[in-house]
Design a protein around this ligand. Structure first.
Ligand SMILES: Nc1ncnc2c1ncn2[C@@H]1O[C@H](COP(=O)(O)OP(=O)(O)OP(=O)(O)O)[C@@H](O)[C@H]1O
Ligand SMILES: [Zn+2]
Ligand SMILES: [Zn+2]
Length: 809
């Protein structure tokens, strides 16, 4: 009896985690494998959807008629057994749909895009045929979507049975090919062809010699033209004469920045480790060798040489014939680290991050999948890199919140890394100067193995930190972003030919327009937040939905002309700094100046080449930078993040200040740090000043304990949204009732409350936060709620479940 295939289908409005069963047509019987993408019919229309084959089952269990699979999209599986198992675990632990997890794990080009096609099936009135179809038989439905009259004419034709609207899945994954040539004749046959040539046909003569020299290989035509010094026309003649044939050759799109790399013969050698580094590397290596799925916490102060520990551990894993994965937060923000990995391991490194084009991403993925790349460096989603035989996984800056994805599936890369570590029996190394409270607490309990690098490599102490209270400064000198001590310090650096990094903390901060007469703040018409001023495009923009409008000249409420710009953007700070120090050369780095591809690296390079005295930027300059000539770091506003309605606000402020302070004095020159703040007595600022992670840790743990927050309690956030506020609120009340009935009495259920940003993208949001220690009923209850949200009662209400949320806003 024939086998049946189990397929997880992609139907956005009717999600379920149960696979559907399909017949396998005879023609596909030998070809179809688990992990392949297929196209299957769904529902009773002409709808085609994409799906993943996740298993086979015996036909005897099924009565009735099953639909057959229509097409296979892959020649070989895109998911192996590990990835399929991981996708299932992901769906289960993040309360998301299996199909969404499968897609998340694959490069964009392998994500199916369904589109609708309008097909003429019967003779049309001539007018319609020309107006709507321009004389063709099919058109993409998207061509009509914005034109209501065309749509209504189409609907009429559809009712009359003249046209049909089909769903089609397109396969977007194409390998890039270039033209290549292959000789068709043997050496002797080519020699014979030469005898029949006209004596003046020098070019063709050379072509024959060239074809003989490549001995039956396929060569990219452009390269052949260059090597043989022949024109394309000559190759065309050769093809006509039957000497060679043209064939497409698959090439990898290498990320642009990769082009400038040294070749594999000029790789950078390993450094001689200091004692603490050696101890760390030895312990990690032992775990790699013994195939122990242990988790290490590598806590090393800034500049202590953590990266060198990663690199030498990776080298060991490779020496054992295994592969390695290194995750960094927001890779585009840390080009220096990526380049260090590439300079050490050369062409066996693949890089995965969101800055790549879809084609580049797909090609890097294939290099990994085929085993050509053995080391992967990447941001969050690189944790799904299809490396086989993993020997080591590293998460640098493990405390970073960007490791958690803030849309479904809401996974944390740290947890996925640990899962893969267990699967491959490989250790996971979590590295940070300021570990998350969760990780440090686990290390204290012995769940993680602790490795410490308490000293800087250069044996210098950490740079002294001076805290400047901005309250008296402002009183004496009026509004300014720069205190006198900071200005003095920057100008000293310029005199000495040294460099400064100045950071403007933009977290929880915006540059908005407010009317001085009536207090009106310009807000986004779709969302509940103020619009941000962008000087480069001279517009007001919403950071949530992208809404954009001109800068107002008069107040929309009272028509006063005294509508002014408030808050501090990097541009405004730059202007002030240029006025205060006309001689200083400044590079500004923020989302606006780095939006163009490659600009981030370019600006950093300019700064590294000392083409500027000051690097002024947002949080993006806090991490990972290693410039030996930087001796001063200034933080313009340390406390803007402290007021956020979020229990991690202090932890994030402490982390940020510690990170950015660490950019100063990394080589032989002594560094200095100046922090400007309106809250000089806050413990996060005091402890950062004292470089005292432990004091901060215990103080913060105490507060978390009192308020029942992580790491003492686990949290889950549920959110519901709807264009009508009352509907969202009602859905949440219903969910709350259910939670109340099922969950353990010790479990704390907070809410429902409107979110801090209650309205976004024309929808109203309500949230419930669950805090629990152990609740055996929780998982099943949340699963049930997830399934219920797909039912009719929840029409248009979007519900999301976020385990261990990173933000509570
Ligand atoms: N064993 C060593 N001998 C000599 N130099 C070293 C050694 N280890 C690291 N370095 C150098 O010291 C500097 C700081 O090291 P590295 O950047 O690895 O520190 P880190 O702990 O990763 O820093 P951060 O967390 O602050 O980004 C680098 O320039 C690095 O090349
Ligand atoms: Zn908006
Ligand atoms: Zn006004």
């Amino acid at each position: 009896m024939a086998e049946l295939a189990q397929v997880v289908v992609d139907v956005p409005t009717m999600q379920t985690n149960q696979p559907y069963t399909y017949q396998v047509p005879e023609a596909l019987e030998q070809k179809l494998q688990v992990g392949m993408r297929v196209v299957v019919p769904f529902g009773n229309g002409h709808r085609q959807v994409q799906g993943f084959v996740v298993g086979f089952t015996d036909a005897s269990d099924y009565g009735g008629k099953l639909k057959p699979i229509q097409a296979v999209m892959d020649l070989q599986p895109v998911m192996d057994a590990e990835m399929l198992a991981l996708s299932k675990w992901l769906a289960d632990t993040t309360y998301s749909f299996w199909i969404a997890c499968l897609y998340t794990m694959l490069p964009n080009l392998l994500k199916g895009k369904t589109h609708r096609v309008v097909r003429v099936v019967d003779e049309l009135p001539e007018q319609d045929y020309f107006d709507l179809f321009a004389g063709r038989d099919t058109r993409d439905y998207a061509d009509f979507a914005d034109d209501p009259t065309a749509v209504s004419r189409l609907l009429k034709l559809k009712r009359a049975g003249k046209i049909r609207i089909d769903y089609q899945v397109e396969n977007r994954a194409r390998a890039k090919t270039v033209m290549g040539i292959t000789p068709l004749l043997s050496f002797e046959e080519l020699e014979e062809a030469r005898t029949s040539l006209h004596p003046n046909a020098h070019a063709q003569n050379r072509l024959l010699s060239y074809l003989q020299s490549i001995g039956g290989q396929t060569v990219v035509q452009k390269k052949a033209e260059r090597v043989a010094q022949l024109s394309a026309a000559t190759f065309n003649q050769g093809a006509k004469k039957g000497w060679l044939k043209k064939v497409p050759v698959e090439v990898y799109r290498r990320p642009q920045s990769q082009a400038a790399l040294p070749d594999d013969h000029h790789l950078q050698p390993a450094l001689k480790l200091n004692h603490d580094q050696q101890v760390a590397v030895d312990q990690i290596n032992a775990a790699v060798k013994d195939q122990q799925a242990a988790t290490f916490l590598l806590q090393g102060v800034t500049g202590s040489g953590k990266t060198e520990v990663y690199l030498q551990s990776i080298a060991q894993a490779l020496a054992q014939g295994r592969t390695a994965l290194m995750l960094v937060p927001e890779i585009s923000l840390t080009p220096q680290i990526v380049n260090r990995v590439r300079r050490r391991f050369g062409s066996q490194v693949a890089v995965l991050h969101s800055g790549l084009s879809n084609g580049e991403q797909f090609d890097e993925w294939r290099r990994i999948e085929r085993g050509a790349a053995k080391v992967v460096v990447g941001a969050r989603s690189a944790v799904f890199a299809p490396l086989k035989n993993l020997g080591l996984i590293i998460l640098d800056e493990e405390h970073e919140s960007s490791y958690k994805q803030d849309e479904a599936p809401r996974y944390h890369a740290r947890e996925v890394a640990k899962w893969r570590g267990r699967y491959h029996q490989a250790p996971v190394v979590l590295g940070s100067a300021t570990p998350s409270l969760e990780s440090r607490a686990r290390a204290l309990k012995g769940v993680y193995r602790f490795l410490g690098l308490p000293h800087r490599v250069n044996k210098q102490p950490l740079p002294p930190i001076q805290v400047v209270d901005m309250r008296p400064e402002i009183k004496q000198r009026g509004e300014s972003n720069f205190s006198r001590p900071l200005l003095q310090a920057v100008s000293d650096r310029i005199t000495r030919g040294e460099q400064s990094i100045l950071m403007l903390n933009r977290r929880g901060f915006s540059s908005f327009m407010m009317c001085r007469d009536c207090g009106t703040v310009l807000k986004c018409p779709n969302c509940d937040i103020s619009l941000t001023l962008h000087m480069d495009t001279r517009t007001m923009k919403c950071h949530y939905c992208g809404h954009e409008e001109p800068i107002p000249q008069v107040c929309p409420n009272c028509h006063s002309r005294r509508i002014r710009y408030y808050g501090t953007g990097t541009e405004k700070v730059e202007q002030e700094l240029r006025q205060l120090m006309p001689q200083a050369r400044i590079i500004r780095m923020d989302v606006d100046t780095t939006r163009r591809k490659g600009m981030h690296e370019k600006l950093l390079k300019q700064f590294g080449d000392h083409q500027a005295d000051i690097l002024l930027g947002t949080q993006m300059i806090a991490k990972g930078l290693d410039f030996p000539n930087v001796t001063l770091v200034g933080v313009l506003n340390a406390d803007t993040g402290l007021g956020l309605p979020d229990f991690r606000a202090s932890e994030r402020t402490f982390d940020l200040l510690s990170q950015v302070s660490g950019r100063a004095g990394r080589a032989d020159k002594q560094g200095q740090v100046i922090i400007q703040t309106f809250n000089p007595d806050h413990y996060a600022i005091r402890d950062a000043q004292a470089n005292d992670y432990d004091r901060f840790f215990f103080q913060e743990m105490n507060l978390r304990h009192q308020a029942s927050y992580p790491p003492y309690y686990y949290t889950v956030r549920l959110m519901a949204s709807h264009p009508e506020e009352a509907v969202a609120a009602r859905a949440m009340a219903h969910i709350k009732e259910k939670l109340h009935q099922r969950l353990a009495p010790q479990t704390i259920i907070l809410g429902p409350t409107p979110r801090a940003i209650a309205r976004m993208k024309r929808r109203y949001y309500y949230q419930i936060v669950i805090k629990y220690k152990r609740d055996p009923a929780l998982h099943a209850t949340l699963e049930e709620i997830l399934q219920e949200t797909q039912s009719k009662g929840f029409k248009d209400v979007q519900v999301s479940i976020d385990p261990d949320p990173q933000y509570f806003m």
